[in-house]
Design a binder for this molecule. Structure first.
Ligand code: 0WD
Length: 256
């Protein structure tokens, strides 16, 4: 079978550990023959991510804390300096203070609101600006969203508002970058047990409920999300931009 991402250069941001959705995507990109550049948040994660990068056969591993303008500028500089063309970018990054994912939404602090939006929403704009200049032959930028962007889900709170902003940013970026043949989309994944998900109070209850009532009667698998990422990164997805694609075993269609 031919490789869907042969001759494509990809960058995946947000790999923290083996359970990260970014790990499943990076693995699928390599399986499909892509060259892989990985970024990680900073020193705290360096050792763990170095090991995973070696295992995945990544061509490069770069540190990039998306709250730091200098890190984004550095990323852009490195990519430009090496004459690397990038064809696909995966933004798999989010953060909110734990207390904002458990107390009533009305108690969200200004500081917590801004932090969640800076890391989970604004960073897609910053990353797109840093990488678009090296997407010289067009390509695909994608991010990860969740149903909490459009519906109220218990304890998702400020992150739901941040994801709503993320999905709107996808549309504006798609409109801006479309003339350069750069597509921008979001994958709205069903709940998956990762380090970030564990920060949401009663996450396992959400998972149980979804499993019971979803049309496919099973939770979403990170590999399913990764295969959709492959599709969006590949030429097969060339007509799709500004969209939110649900990979959630069908949960979002249900009315009860
Ligand atoms: O159920 C789920 N797990 C779902 C996750 C359902 C639907 C969507 N998503 C989204 C998340 O909201 C996020 O956008 O998928 C994306 C990836 O999340 P994940 O794979 O579930 O979680 P995780 O493995 O924790 O990756 C998120 C990573 C951070 O991990 P930690 O655990 O250290 O918070 O985002 C990265 C970091 O690696 N990150 C940053 N990267 C660069 N700069 C920063 C930062 N400032 N902050 C967090």
């Amino acid at each position: 079978m031919s490789e869907l991402l042969k001759d494509k250069s990809t960058i995946v941001l947000g790999l923290a550990n083996r359970w990260s959705i970014a790990y499943a995507i990076a693995k699928a990109f390599r399986r499909e023959g892509a060259k892989l550049i990985l970024t990680y948040q900073g020193e705290r994660q360096q050792d763990a991510v170095e090991e995973l990068a070696a295992e995945l056969g990544a061509a490069r591993l770069l540190s990039c804390d998306v709250t730091q303008e200098t890190d984004l500028a550095h990323l852009s500089e490195i990519l430009r300096g090496e004459g690397d063309r990038i064809d696909a970018v995966v933004h798999s990054i989010a953060f909110a203070n734990k207390e904002d994912l458990s107390r009533p939404f009305v108690e969200t602090s200004r500081e917590g609101f801004l932090l969640a939006h800076e890391i989970s929403t604004y960073s897609l704009i910053g990353v797109s600006r840093a990488v678009a200049p090296v997407m010289t032959e067009g390509g695909s930028i994608m991010t990860l969203s969740y149903l909490g962007a459009v519906r109220v889900l218990p304890n998702y709170n400020v992150m739901g508002v941040a994801k709503a902003g993320l999905e709107a940013s996808v549309r504006y970026l798609a409109s801006d970058l479309g003339p350069k043949n750069i597509r921008v989309n979001a994958i709205s994944a069903g709940p998956i047990k990762t380090a970030s998900a564990r920060g949401i109070k009663d996450f396992s209850k959400i998972l149980d409920r979804v499993t019971e009532s979803t049309p496919l009667r099973r939770p979403c698998d990170p590999e399913e999300v990764a295969d959709t990422a492959v599709f969006l990164a590949s030429d097969l997805g060339r007509g799709i931009t500004g969209n939110v694609i649900y990979v959630d075993s069908g949960y979002q269609i249900m009315g009860f």
